[in-house]
Design a protein around this ligand. Structure first.
Ligand SMILES: Cc1cc2nc3c(=O)[nH]c(=O)nc-3n(C[C@H](O)[C@H](O)[C@H](O)COP(=O)(O)OP(=O)(O)OC[C@H]3O[C@@H](n4cnc5c(N)ncnc54)[C@H](O)[C@@H]3O)c2cc1C
Ligand SMILES: *[C@@H]1O[C@H](CO)[C@@H](O)[C@H](O)[C@H]1NC(C)=O
Ligand SMILES: *[C@@H]1O[C@H](CO)[C@@H](O)[C@H](O)[C@H]1NC(C)=O
Ligand SMILES: *[C@@H]1O[C@H](CO)[C@@H](O)[C@H](O)[C@H]1NC(C)=O
Ligand SMILES: *[C@@H]1O[C@H](CO)[C@@H](O)[C@H](O)[C@H]1NC(C)=O
Ligand SMILES: *[C@@H]1O[C@H](CO)[C@@H](O)[C@H](O)[C@H]1NC(C)=O
Ligand SMILES: *[C@@H]1O[C@H](CO)[C@@H](O)[C@H](O)[C@H]1NC(C)=O
Ligand SMILES: *[C@@H]1O[C@H](CO)[C@@H](O)[C@H](O)[C@H]1NC(C)=O
Ligand SMILES: *[C@@H]1O[C@H](CO)[C@@H](O)[C@H](O)[C@H]1NC(C)=O
Length: 596
């Protein structure tokens, strides 16, 4: 009798398990060129009505110059605006780096093979949370491939995909300053901001300047404030002063993969809150808005220097001296960017609330023995607010529209302090190579090293001082073979960086890294354990894998194009069915009193 009860219980358990597994069964996505499954136009029309007519057609950014007959006016505009990041982010079909559109359309030459490429044919231009909820339910119902896009800055093309339906969040622009806000844990914060999914950093900086406030945002005015940037970590020239962008989040409002709207914070959905602060955009949920900390704007001491070493030897001398000096400069509060090519070294640094005379002294020491690098006087200046520095030095340099790939490594502070020679030599090897250049982000160290931050940011950020990236770009008409060569060069340069960043255990920032990174789970998430923890949360909040993107948590469950379940994974799922079937069999056998 007792064993019969046990069997009844396991029978019920088995049915629940079977149902769960059946529900989470993953199939290949239905793509827009597949007429056998793509929803009928009447279905699209009804859907369009349900979202207040916000469904729009989408085209690649160069399409106006490739139409037949040519729309001369639209083509001229596209040519003039090509590198304008705002023009790009205002279009659902444009990516900031043109290569991700993969359309073979060009404004620079007449292409005979211009097609839609990786640009979805339809987008929901969401304005209300209800549009987001309806889109998630629609995509789930028709088994469509979804892509989520705020601005199109992603360096892995994660916000576009061939045959998908695009959820475009650009016009969700609400933002509110909340003078006093209490967290669910009872802490009170002054002047927090609530920003919607379409808000961009330049808008935040200008809006907050009227209140003498700043938030910890990106170097580009057009990067999204709550999307991939924030959810992937988000480094800022203010990060050594106050931490990464993900460290500033107090709460999210999201739409989950099941279409429900949820508050996510330390008390509600705490695991998802942990994952959304560093685990990457487009992976766990659609963020509708975020509540972020702000700070009174610091005054800024800034420095800008460009030097031209007369010989390779003098360049090497200088670079060794520069790398040796970096830890001390960082300790003084300097942060920012530097840029190295084979012929030039440029630096744009800032020190929040810095002291002019000590800042001047430090720059003088950095350059004084290098007058032959056409260096005369340190250019050190004082500005009243962060926005002044941003408008003067950072905003103007944000031109996009290139075909572009990069690779990167986080350089541990300990290595820079103890092996500066090797670090400088690695930099020199990279810039010596053909067309090589390096960008240095002195945006780690200081407050970024605060290991008590309990979020999912790659832990290697907490021990790094620099994030270094090497990149290549190419004109539209470059043959595929040459593009492959350039991508290989990027990967080789990453290998050089890796020799001074901890070898196999080194890591990279998942938003600014090599799209061909092989061991990306370890590199982007620091350790396999960290990745596994994120994957467990991912599987729970998104069992059907509605949110997939290139080298994002859980993308290893899918084929390379992210449209079909990974065959290996499907076998694992079939094994899972074994247990419930055994339990059901045992129940039936016990019911008919057959002993086994
Ligand atoms: C010119 C330029 C400057 C940059 N400067 C910096 C910098 O200073 N610091 C830094 O850390 N990074 C910087 N980046 C990298 C940047 O963090 C990434 O490109 C990041 O992906 C941008 O996020 P986005 O939402 O604006 O872009 P998108 O391309 O729109 O989205 C990126 C990813 O996030 C997802 N996503 C977007 N919105 C949401 C949402 N609301 N909910 C869920 N998922 C969403 C998308 O699906 C995609 O996977 C820069 C990039 C560029 C091109
Ligand atoms: C959706 O409806 C609006 C309003 O009726 C219409 O202007 C728009 O063209 C429709 N979208 C598509 C893709 O048909
Ligand atoms: C780009 O387009 C080419 C040709 O259509 C295709 O073979 C390739 O797979 C595409 N690449 C990506 C990343 O979508
Ligand atoms: C493309 O072709 C058109 C019409 O033939 C011509 O006017 C235009 O200059 C061409 N553009 C380029 C970039 O060659
Ligand atoms: C903007 O957000 C605030 C809350 O922060 C809300 O009260 C207001 O209704 C929103 N406005 C719009 C137009 O959605
Ligand atoms: C960190 O956050 C997670 C998720 O909210 C929680 O389970 C864990 O206990 C926290 N760890 C610490 C050290 O606070
Ligand atoms: C800046 O530092 C110098 C030297 O340490 C000191 O004399 C001066 O008072 C400081 N200035 C300010 C404004 O704090
Ligand atoms: C710079 O030159 C001075 C003498 O002019 C010397 O004392 C000092 O050690 C040099 N500094 C560095 C960093 O080489
Ligand atoms: C550096 O300065 C010298 C002398 O003033 C000048 O001849 C030379 O062109 C300059 N080089 C660069 C790269 O500016």
């Amino acid at each position: 009798m007792q064993s019969f009860v046990v069997n009844v219980i396991s029978f019920l358990f088995a049915i629940i398990l079977c149902e769960h597994l059946a529900r989470s069964e993953r199939r290949c996505r239905c793509l827009s060129h597949d007429k056998s499954c793509w929803p009928h136009s009447s279905v699209w029309q009804a859907f369009n009505e349900s979202i207040n007519g916000q469904l729009v057609s989408v085209q690649p950014s160069a399409a106006p110059c490739n139409s037949n007959p040519l729309n001369v006016e639209a083509c001229t505009t596209a040519r003039q605006q090509w590198r304008n990041a705002v023009w790009r982010s205002d279009q659902p079909g444009a990516m900031q780096n043109h290569n991700w559109e993969n359309s073979s359309c060009s404004v620079f030459y007449n292409s005979t093979s211009c097609h839609q490429g990786s640009v979805p044919i339809l987008a929901v231009n969401a304005i209300l949370p209800e549009h987001v909820e309806a889109t998630i339910r629609f995509v789930d119902k028709y088994n469509l491939r979804l892509v989520v896009k705020a601005t199109g800055h992603d360096f892995f093309g994660r916000s576009t995909a061939v045959g998908s339906l695009l959820l475009w969040l650009h016009h969700m622009k609400n933002r509110t300053l909340i003078p006093k806000w209490s967290s669910c844990r009872g802490e009170t914060f002054e002047n927090v901001i609530r920003v919607d999914a379409g808000v961009q950093w330049g808008e935040v900086y200008r809006w907050l300047a009227a209140y003498n406030l700043i938030a910890i945002g990106g170097a580009s005015a057009t990067v999204g404030a709550t999307g991939g940037f924030l959810q992937g970590g988000g480094h800022s020239p203010l990060s050594p002063w106050k931490g990464l962008a993900a460290d500033q989040v107090l709460q999210f409002e999201v739409v989950l993969a099941d279409g429900r709207r949820q508050i996510v914070n330390f008390c509600e959905n705490p695991d998802l809150f942990w994952a959304l602060r560093g685990g990457g955009g487009g992976t766990f949920a659609v963020v509708l808005s975020a509540i972020l900390r702000t700070y009174p704007t610091p005054s800024i001491v800034g420095s800008y220097q460009a030097v031209f070493p007369p010989t390779n030897n003098r360049y090497a001398d200088f670079l060794h001296h520069f790398v040796r000096s970096l830890p001390a400069l960082a300790d003084m509060g300097w942060a920012g960017y530097f840029y190295l090519t084979a012929k030039t070294f440029t630096l744009a640094f800032l020190s929040p609330n810095g002291n002019y005379s000590t800042a001047y002294q430090s720059m003088h020491q950095l350059f004084r023995n290098f007058s032959d690098l056409n260096f005369t006087e340190p250019y050190v200046f004082e500005l009243p607010t962060f926005l002044d520095f941003f408008s003067a030095l950072m905003e103007a340099t944000n031109e996009n529209g290139d075909n572009y790939v990069m690779g990167s490594r986080l350089l541990p502070e300990a290595i820079i302090r103890h092996q500066p020679q090797q670090v400088a030599d690695a930099f020199l090897r990279i810039i010596d190579s053909e067309q090589g250049f390096l960008v240095g982000h002195l945006t780690a160290g200081g407050k970024v090293s605060d290991i008590t931050q309990n979020n999912s940011v790659n832990p290697l950020w907490r021990t790094a001082l620099l994030h270094m990236l090497s990149a290549q770009f190419w004109p539209d008409e470059t043959p595929i073979e040459d593009q492959v060569k350039l991508a290989k060069r990027v990967t080789q340069n990453v290998e050089i960086l890796q020799t001074v960043s901890g070898g196999e255990q080194s890591g990279a920032y998942l938003n600014e890294a090599d799209p061909n990174e092989v061991d990306w789970q370890q590199k982007f998430f620091g350790t396999r354990e960290h990745y596994t923890r994120l994957k467990t949360i991912k599987d729970r909040v998104d069992p059907n894998g509605l949110f997939v993107c290139n080298k994002c948590v859980g993308s290893d469950d899918w084929t390379e194009d992210l449209n079909c379940p990974n065959p290996k994974q499907s076998i694992a799922n079939k094994h899972k069915l074994f247990l419930p079937l055994v339990l059901i069999a045992k129940f039936l056998l016990s019911y008919f009193k057959i002993d086994v």
